[in-house]
Design a protein around this ligand. Structure first.
Ligand code: FES
Length: 141
């Protein structure tokens, strides 16, 4: 069996939603201290819906595929759904990632969460800080 699924290869070779958004409503940037990869997510939000999303990822192929898939999964969805997106859902949508590459999908989850938090902070939206306080063990191991 190939190490990477066809979906991973497709999103790596033809990443969706690459770029940045000028005057984004929320921006989140996270990095993995171990591999040094960095992911940045830009959100445009209209009436509590993610109307546009873009990403810039300086990282491995799995991180690029994860960013691409994650942006596809949250585009057009309510902010609450974007916030609830897990790395597991991203990896599943990619038809799986090798175990040692799962942390790359965690980066996508965290970057989206950071962007939503930025949106909440900029717009005075009340939230439970707990929601943002627990970095994934897999990512920071
Ligand atoms: Fe660093 Fe994939 S190896 S995010």
């Amino acid at each position: 069996m190939a190490l990477y699924s066809e979906k991973v290869m497709d999103h790596f070779r033809n990443p969706r939603n690459v770029g940045s958004i000028e005057n984004a409503d929320g921006v989140g940037e996270v990095g993995n201290a171990k591999c040094g990869d960095i992911m940045k997510i830009y959100l445009k939000i209209d009436e509590d819906v993610v109307s546009d999303v873009k990403f810039e990822t300086f990282g491995c192929g799995s991180a690029i595929a994860s960013s691409s898939m994650a942006t596809e999964l949250i585009k057009g969805k309510p902010v609450g759904e974007a916030l609830a997106l897990t790395n597991k859902a991203v990896a599943e949508a990619l038809d799986g990632l090798p175990a040692h590459k799962l942390h790359c999908s965690v980066l996508a989850e965290e970057a989206i969460r950071a962007a939503v938090k930025d949106y909440y902070d900029k717009n005075g939206v009340a939230y439970d800080a707990e929601q943002f306080s627990s970095p994934c063990a897999a990512c920071h191991a």
